[in-house]
Design a protein around this ligand. Sequence first.
Ligand SMILES: *[C@@H]1O[C@H](CO)[C@@H](O)[C@H](O)[C@H]1NC(C)=O
Ligand SMILES: *[C@@H]1O[C@H](CO)[C@@H](O)[C@H](O)[C@H]1NC(C)=O
Ligand SMILES: *[C@@H]1O[C@H](CO)[C@@H](O)[C@H](O)[C@H]1NC(C)=O
Ligand SMILES: *[C@@H]1O[C@H](CO)[C@@H](O)[C@H](O)[C@H]1NC(C)=O
Length: 681
Amino acid sequence: MISQAAALQFILLLSYFPFHYSSEDFIFNGFKQAGNQLTLAGSTKMTTDGLLQLTDDTTGILGHAFFSSPIPMIIPNKNVSEVISFSTSFILDILTVNKAGGHGLTFAIASSKQLPGADVADYLGLLGPSNNGNISNHIFAVEFDHVKTTVLLNETNANHVGVDLNSVKSDASQNAAYYTNQNSKVEFQLESGQPIQAWINYNGTNKMLDITIAPIPIPKPSRALISYHVDLIPIFEKEMYVGFTSSTGKLASSHYIIAWSFSNEGLAQAIDLSQLPKFPHPPGTITVSRSEVIRIGLLSTVVTLTVLAILFGVSLYLWQRAKLAETIEDWEREHPHRLPYKDLYRATKGFKETEILGTGGFGHVYKGVLPKTKEMVAIKKISNNARQGMREFVAEISSLGRMKHRNLVELRGWCKRNQDLLLVYEFMTNGSLDALLFNRNKETRIILTWEQRLNILKGVASGLLYLHEEWEQQVVHRDIKSSNVLLGPDLNAKLGDFGLARLYEHGTNPHTTHVVGTLGYMAPELSYTGKATTSSDVFAFGMLVLEVVCGRRPIENDAPTDELNLLEWVRDCEVQGHLMKVVDLCIANECDNQEVEMVLKLGLVCCQSIAEVRPSVRQVIQYLNGTEQLPDDLKLVYLNPGSMSFAAQKSFPWSYGSADLSRQLFPSYGTVSVGSLQGGR
Ligand SMILES: *[C@@H]1O[C@H](CO)[C@@H](O)[C@H](O)[C@H]1NC(C)=O
Ligand SMILES: *[C@@H]1O[C@H](CO)[C@@H](O)[C@H](O)[C@H]1NC(C)=O
Ligand SMILES: *[C@@H]1O[C@H](CO)[C@@H](O)[C@H](O)[C@H]1NC(C)=O
Ligand SMILES: *[C@@H]1O[C@H](CO)[C@@H](O)[C@H](O)[C@H]1NC(C)=O
């Protein structure tokens, strides 16, 4: 009785899930245990180390490896048939003995495991001259092709990833590259011998195919290399086979798959990098025993190679040691937070290009993991400057290292090597404010809400207050701008690069003042006093405020002429009584107009031309928090450029209102005009 009831329940339960199909979800961290789960053909073999070798470097061969069981790819029982979402991830490695190898490999989904008609070279072991482009092929593939075939396939790059639908002529393709979190594209070579991880996800509902690749051990980039909208219904049959194909032509390389996971229900399992088999040997050491001719000379070759390898190893060691050696001057030992160059070199994989997070006025910033603490950091490398000023600067930097505030990026340490200065900062997961604010890429764009923007401004102001008033000595930041505002995990803002501008000033001749700052954020007095003050920081903060509220840069060259200069535009709109016109369209609907208007006016108040009339950061914070109100009859002071006679007038062409205030106060700068903000709020 009981078992009958249970059976009935089971049947009832089944009927709740009308669209069930058998799901497939597998992972091979190396293929040692794969056995007959994979069907191999052509040149493909399993190495004793558990690598799937699709081709070796023989010319003109092809190989296949498919998961042996067919996999359901269409959701049954739906009125309109729909492709199942699928997801796969794998690690490939292409080794080339000669300078240029060929041809490439594909991840393929096909209606059969046999692939009749498949050919070598450009056809990648997937298709051939007899069937390339035929719609009854039912073949989908993602190709990793390292030969440019211009005539037949119209390829423009010798190192690319492409989407192939029934044809090896790709429907979409991109040079091999990945995007950093800062959205910069880093290209790399498929056939360099380094293992590369690929992630391919297809969403059957919105029909988006995302392909992402990155050299190991870079984690999966958040932006895909290729995002392609494609309906796979015409390609897929009810059941398909998934696997890999590869070929060589006149040019040849060894093509390996090291690990593979696949799922047709949700995300493919993550490949465990710690469980992988040994990567294939780099070229040059593997091919010795292959031919009879070489076998005869084997012994002498081995001996020669060994001697060379030892010599090479020794010189590499000596060279490496010399490269990482440091000469530490006595004074350097006096300053805390000094980190060994060796550690920073290791952390950034030798300051490799792929580790670059971004590039600023001071030099490259690298991402790295400190070898001892395993802590993720950002390392700023400043090269070739300030020959005399280094010592003073290091003294200052190491004292800044003692600063601790929740709105300042923490300096973890520093290192000087020859003329390079390396500064190690805490790693900020959400990158810089400008990257977030001005990201025009629809897919990766995160739109900051008004509340988040206001919080960011409050955070920056509070960091700045600490620099100006709360630390043991007054620090002028000198380079406040959106790219120096970094965002942590909850979008909490931290100010970076404080004090850095001093490096340039220390180094220069005291008789010629060298002004540091960024065009658009520089207070007008800087161009004649050359002296950064807390008021010039407030000016720059005012520009930042306008930037954040309006969602555009201080100077935008492709804006209409009257909107070119943000400050001028906001001020004109204010005078004409439609201040709200300048607010970023992304937030215009959701925000509290009164609050936005107050913040905009505060931005204008900070950006006044005369340093003495700008508020202090402490006052700015009181306005932002609403503990103090902006006066209703605010008077704003701007320079009238009419009689300015030097080049800077182009950057600050401001005139405002009509009341002539004090020619005497600022005689060399012509008329000073005062205007009042439209009364009331
Ligand atoms: C599917 O077809 C059935 C019967 O033909 C119809 O009642 C139902 O509304 C259809 N569903 C959809 C989602 O089109
Ligand atoms: C496409 O392939 C089918 C089946 O193999 C074949 O019958 C047909 O002739 C081919 N079409 C072309 C244009 O080659
Ligand atoms: C070749 O590719 C270019 C762009 O990459 C495209 O404009 C052109 O139409 C293509 N030609 C053919 C014959 O497909
Ligand atoms: C596919 O896209 C739809 C709509 O964008 C989304 O709701 C769904 O979660 C996605 N499915 C998968 C498996 O990512």
